[in-house]
Structure formats: C-alpha cells, structure tokens
Design a binder for this molecule. Structure first.
Ligand code: AHR
Length: 492
C-alpha cells in the first residue's frame, strides 16, 4: 500500500535565513524584454516615469522584486557600456548578434538601468564583459557607477547628469564564458576571472560582491576548477539551469500530460545538480563563504507561433507556475549555500512574470507564484520532513509533492506546497513541532486545465484565490491540495 502524505515541520529548528535575493530576476537586451517590456521612452503614449513603464514597475514592486540582473546573458559579453551613456541621439548603435540580429540603439544604458532599479526599489546586479571587453573597460564601469572621488570617470558621470554615485553591490565577471562568453576552458576562465576581478575595485563605501561565471547545469568539472583556482577571489559562483521538454522544443501551451510530467521531472532535476555542485564547493569551502548564485533558471519552450525565433517570446501556463513553485522550494532548502537566484527573464522572454502587447500588460501564472512566495523573503527556513505518494506516469515516477516552510520576523509560519500530480487530490497530514501555531489563512493558484494561461483578452484566467481546505488536527493540521496546485498557508 502507498504511504500517506505526511509532513513534519520543525518550527523550533530554524537556523538559515532565506536570502530575499533567491526571489530575484534577470533581464537581458533580448527581444522585447528591455525595449517595450520595461523601456518605452519618455515621449510615447504608454504611461512612464523617465521612459520606464509604470504598470510593469508597479506589478514587480507588488511581488517584491529584490534584485535585477542586467544586461545579459550572452548580450553582456558583447556589450560596451560606454556606448550606452550620454545624450541618446549621440549613442552609437550595435547589432545584437545573439538575439535576432536586430539593431540595438543603446537608449537603455547604465543610467536608465540604475534608475529602473531605484524605481523598483531593488538591488542592481550588473554583469560585465569578459568575452570581448577589456580589463580597463570593466574597471572604469565600476568606477563610473560607484566612485565619489574626483576622476575622469566620475566627471563623466556628473556630466551625464548623475552627481552622486549609485549603490552597486553585485557584479558578475562575465556570463557563460564556457560558451557565448568566449568559449573558454575552465582553466583559462579561472585565470581570466582572477585578472578581471582584481580591477573590480571597492570605491568609498561600496563593497562589491564579485560573482564568477559558473557551470551550465551538470558541468561539475567547471565548478571543480573554478573552486580550486579562484575560490579565494570570489564571493559567489553562478549556475545556469533551464528546463524544456525533450530535445525538440515544444509548445508552451499545447501539450498533454506526457509533456507536463516531463517538465516536472526536468524541473526537479535541479535539486540533484545543486547537490552535486554543493558537494564540490563544500570540499574547497566547508564554511560556505562562497555563495551559489543561480543567476539563470526557468522553463524554455518553443516561441509563440509567428514570432521571431531570436526573441524567445513564450506563453506561460499553470505548468510553468508549478515549475516555479517547486524550484523556489528547492532553493529555499539550499539557502545555506544559495544566496541569490534570478529567473529568466522578467518580461516577454522565456519564463516571464509579465507579458506586454504595446500598452497592454498581463501577469503570468509564474508571476503569481513569486508574489505568493514573497512571504519567504528574509524569513528563517524551517527544516521539514516530507513523505509523499509518487506521481506516476507510464513507467516513470516523481515525488507527488514539493514543500518548504519558513518563519518570518513577526513569528508567522508560511508553508508553500505544490501538488505536481495534475489529476489526484493530495491529503497531507502535517505535524508542527515546537510551535502551537494554527493555520490562519491560505491562498491557492490552480485552474481547470493543465495548460491554462492568461491572454490579453482574458488576463485573469489564472490568478490566486482564497484557500480554506485546511483544518487543525492532533499535533498540527491537515490540508487537502487539489491536483496541479500551488498553495501557500500562513500559520499564526
Ligand atoms: O536567457 C537566455 C540566454 O540563455 C542567456 O543570454 C544565456 O546566458 C543563456 O544561454
């Protein structure tokens, strides 16, 4: 007989803080992410503040976006920041060779990005150019942004309208330098990393958290070499992991349960990959000084029919929401090593939070998961023991549930639960150890169809609703999760 679903929450054993930056985002000069997605220019008809659209800023503030990575991605290692400052009409153009071969007019540059982060009230995370840029260029970029001294770079910043330096903490030294960022070996990149990072200086009060380019999914050798050669020179090492269904790309919206199951399996695989990279990092850095930064993750489907293949514009269904929910639960569990993650990419690209169609905007099911899970930001992770029924499809199986729990600063406990099985309701017996809190409220994200999604004409087909299917029980509580649902419970 199959075991019942049981969950034990150790409310008195929390030790690790869930860094709010685990709920971070990534935005690249790619397709309609920056232009139209964020930046519409000051003179257009779409309501904006200094060119940045107000509707998108409001939505992301509501979901408590903590940090935003920019300008890429592959774009970062071809980007020359000096082309993106000064009067817009004088900024040179470039060809965005990675993404559709379109002309980039550089109207969105350093000032616009840092203004966007100020409007979002989030931390900026800038990725510098190692692949085709110079050490000097990277050194000057950091000086331009953060120095309060008198120098040609700070004079230039002031001449461009910004008197005071900005606060910049997170700086990436290259992106995917094993691939689009220069096709380097790990040995060569580790040396380059040490060289470039030497000149990423702290000016005045600033202290830069330097992030080295990390592995593509299961490339464990990359982590081994980087940790061996450069661990002392870095504050963080990145990791990228994308999941799609199979070798061929598949539709984001037209799928049956085989593709649903395949995506759950791919999504869950990140736990094994994180664990194996962590084991390598633990050997070189047992006190966990170097953070793991999952600065690109999410689902990657075929582009929407009729759209530019280089723009990576995909729809977003309840299935993507489940992948977001289970991935964030996994990151929470590894919060002692993972101190930032950035879903790819915030608007109109890959697993987006927001889609726009000129002046119109919609929130995707993935957005709602981020908004519901925001309660975990900066809360204390509570260890959990979960024993659950499998979700079986054909002759394969995965665990049917994904869970994480935390206690916030006000003492409230939040439990996020995903039922990955699209057809079976899950009854879960929850034991709460070290606390007599009771479930006080809940929210649920689900829909009748596995491929439910929001459109510009029906933007609220998938949205959170109040959830009440819980009841106190001996030593804890019981909860009933419908198939294909994400639930967040609050215990007080
Ligand atoms: O997010 C899209 C692309 O995926 C990024 O530019 C690159 O870093 C990764 O391969």
């Amino acid at each position: 007989e199959e075991p019942a679903n049981t969950l034990v929450i150790h409310a008195d054993q929390g030790r690790t803080t869930i860094n709010r930056n685990i709920y971070g985002h990534f935005s690249e000069h790619l397709g309609r992410c920056i232009y139209e997605g964020f930046y519409v220019g000051e003179d257009g008809a779409i309501p904006n503040t200094r060119g940045v659209r107000n509707d998108v800023v409001e939505a992301l503030k509501k979901s408590k976006i903590p940090v935003l990575r920019w300008p890429g991605g592959c774009f970062a290692d071809e980007y020359h920041w000096m082309d993106g400052i000064g009067p817009k009409e004088k900024r040179p153009t470039m060809i965005n060779t990675h993404w559709g071969g379109v002309t980039e007019n550089n109207h969105f540059g350093t000032h616009e990005f840092l203004d966007l982060c100020e409007q979002l009230r989030c931390e900026p995370y800038i990725c510098g150019n190692v692949g085709s840029g110079t050490v000097r260029e990277m050194q000057q970029w950091v000086e331009y942004i953060t120095s309060d001294n008198i120098s040609p770079m700070t004079d230039l910043r002031k001449a461009n309208g910004r008197e005071k330096p900005w606060k910049l903490t997170y700086f990436g030294v290259g992106n995917e330098n094993w691939g689009c960022g220069g096709s380097m070996t790990p040995e060569f990149y580790a040396d380059q990393y040490r060289r470039y990072a030497t000149y990423v200086r702290d000016f005045g009060e600033s202290h830069i958290f330097k992030i080295a380019c990390g592995a593509d999914g299961p490339n464990y050798r990359w982590t081994e070499v980087l940790m061996q050669k450069a661990a002392r020179n870095m504050a963080g090492l990145s990791l990228h992991y994308y999941c799609g269904t199979g070798i061929k790309s598949r539709s984001a919206t037209q799928f049956a349960e085989d593709d649903w199951f395949a995506l759950m399996k791919k999504g869950l695989r990140i736990e094994e990959i994180i664990g194996r990279h962590e084991a390598i990092m633990d050997r070189f850095d047992p006190s966990k000084k170097v953070a793991m930064i999952v600065d690109e993750w999410g689902t990657w489907h075929d582009v929407e029919p009729g759209t530019n293949r280089g723009f990576l514009y995909q729809q977003n269904t309840l299935r993507d929401a489940l992948v977001a929910g289970l991935s964030l639960n996994i990151f929470n569990h590894h919060a002692d090593r993972i101190r930032m993650a950035n879903i790819a990419q915030t608007v109109n690209v890959l697993q987006a939070m927001i889609l726009t169609d000129k002046a119109r905007m919609l929130l995707t099911p993935t957005y709602h998961v981020f908004e519901m899970y925001a309660v975990h930001q900066d809360a204390t992770l509570l260890p959990t023991d979960l024993a659950c029924k499998d979700y079986t499809f054909g002759d394969e199986k995965v665990p049917g549930l994904s869970v994480s729990a935390s206690k916030d600063r006000a003492g409230k406990i939040h439990v996020s639960l995903c039922n990955l099985n699209p057809t079976a309701t899950a009854e879960v017996s929850c034991k709460l150890e070290g606390s007599d809190a009771k479930p006080a409220s809940g929210r649920i994200l689900t829909a009748p169809a596995i491929n439910a999604f929001n459109t510009f004409d029906a933007p609220e087909s998938v949205k959170p609703a109040e959830f009440r299917d819980y009841a106190p029980a001996e030593g804890g509580f019981k909860v009933t999760l419908p198939g294909k649902s994400v639930v967040v419970l609050t215990l007080e």
